[in-house]
Ligand binder design. Structure first.
Ligand code: LMR
Length: 404
């Protein structure tokens, strides 16, 4: 019956994690998957999360089903953290928000919604983008195209090329964007580019789909969401998916959401109903515990402050590690331009290392990078950054030429 089942070629990110776990070498270093490790190389349990967890356990409640759309308090908290306290769209109940299973299921539900209600629209993603974006969108039968984004020679966004492509898209095309900490490149739009982008989207009647998985890892909670808030304030309809995996260090709890900014409250109510219908067809209702942790923290002023302080120290540590790796490379390979490491933000940078060089680092040094050359700087710490710098320098020296 199943003899004809093909072998799974593996996922470029998650299968690499499996290989890393199986690697027995003591010096192995995980710079592949987007996991934030602390300076001791551990995935942190945030103090705010520990306290919220104790509060929940002190007052046990039945493990009933959540509604299809998720917990009401969590959904309200999501709207505030994404759109801000003073959002007109939220106040007017124009935003349909569902809790979902991490960022991934949120993206797939959005894709199924687009397929049902905007069936002619193709989705345009940045070149490059997170490997799984295409998979999640195409599995809802959407057509996925790319717009130019990363200028590898300059290690920054090629904004002119991006805008000139968006300016030619058919109306109602969907444009997938990341508001900060771009995965995989770490290269973001600058705030002075936001109005140009918003004007283009409006003029061409395009629908922005903003995926935010690293809020607070770039410049701050508000700063990292600024593009979304400006879009919403400009009267655009916006699809927003977000994940709390990284900024609450709650990966396995699968805490995410999907929000759709609509024209009015009545439309948002109908959109919410259709999102519920999609959820029912896949997993009925979302898991409860992680969302309860997040809503408990965000509803409590002290816990929320504590979380934001912890978030700030994660952000700062990643910036420090970027600086340390850059400094190490500048000493070891002086004519190599490593400035991109500190120019870029968030967990990821595109190193420009070839697949062969990535393989060499893994096989020879036990250092795991995604085959595209993406490095997760959140896997660096005071003990391994020197080792990683030397290994990358060695690979670059073998190449004999710089890539910038
Ligand atoms: C990543 O890009 O490494 C993370 O978002 C984890 C994932 O699911 O791919």
């Amino acid at each position: 019956m199943f003899k004809h089942v093909d072998a799974y070629p593996g996922d470029p990110i998650l299968s690499l994690m499996e290989a890393f776990i199986g690697d027995q070498r003591p010096q192995k270093t995980n710079l592949g998957i987007g996991l934030y490790y602390d300076d001791a190389g551990k995935i942190p349990v945030l103090a705010a999360v520990t306290k919220a967890s104790a509060m929940l356990q002190a007052a046990p409640k039945p493990h009933s089903y959540l509604p299809m759309e998720g917990e009401a308090a969590y959904r309200a908290a999501v709207q505030e953290v994404i759109f801000g306290k003073d959002s007109e769209a939220v106040k007017s109940a124009r935003v349909a928000t569902i809790q979902s299973v991490g960022g991934s299921a949120s993206i797939h539900i959005a894709a199924r919604f687009i397929k049902a209600y905007l069936p002619q629209s193709a989705v345009w993603v940045s070149n490059p983008t997170w490997d799984n974006h295409r998979v999640l969108l195409e599995s809802a039968d959407l057509t996925v195209n790319t717009y130019p984004y990363f200028d590898a020679a300059k290690s920054r966004v090629d904004f002119d090329a991006m805008i000139s492509t968006l300016d030619r898209l058919p109306k109602h095309s969907i444009v997938l964007l990341q508001p900060s900490c771009h995965n995989p490149t770490g290269a973001d739009l600058t705030p002075d580019q936001f109005p140009v982008l918003i004007d283009t989207l409006k003029r061409r009647q395009l629908l922005p789909f903003v995926d935010m998985a690293y809020q607070g890892f770039g410049d701050g909670l508000d700063e990292d969401a600024a593009l979304i808030r400006q879009m919403s304030d400009a009267g655009l309809h916006v699809i927003v998916t977000n994940s709390f995996s990284k900024n609450f260090s709650l990966y396995g709890e699968r805490v995410g959401a999907l929000s759709i900014v609509c024209e009015d409250g009545e439309t948002a109510f109908r959109v919410l109903g259709q999102l519920k219908a999609i959820v029912r067809k896949i997993y009925s209702s979302p898991p409860a515990f992680g969302a309860k942790l997040v809503s408990t923290i965000l509803a409590d002023a002290q816990l929320s402050e504590q979380w934001q302080t912890e978030l700030q120290s994660m952000r700062q540590r990643m910036k420090d590690m970027r600086g340390k790796l850059r400094a190490a490379l500048e000493v070891l390979v002086p004519d190599f331009d490593a400035a991109y490491l500190t120019d870029q933000r968030g967990m990821f940078s595109y190193t420009g290392l070839t697949e062969h060089e990535v393989n060499t680092l893994r096989e020879r040094n036990g250092i795991y990078l995604i085959r595209s050359g993406r490095i997760c700087v959140a896997g660096l710490n005071r003990d391994n950054v020197g080792y990683v710098g030397e290994a990358i320098a060695d690979v670059l020296k073998r190449r004999g030429v710089t890539f910038h």
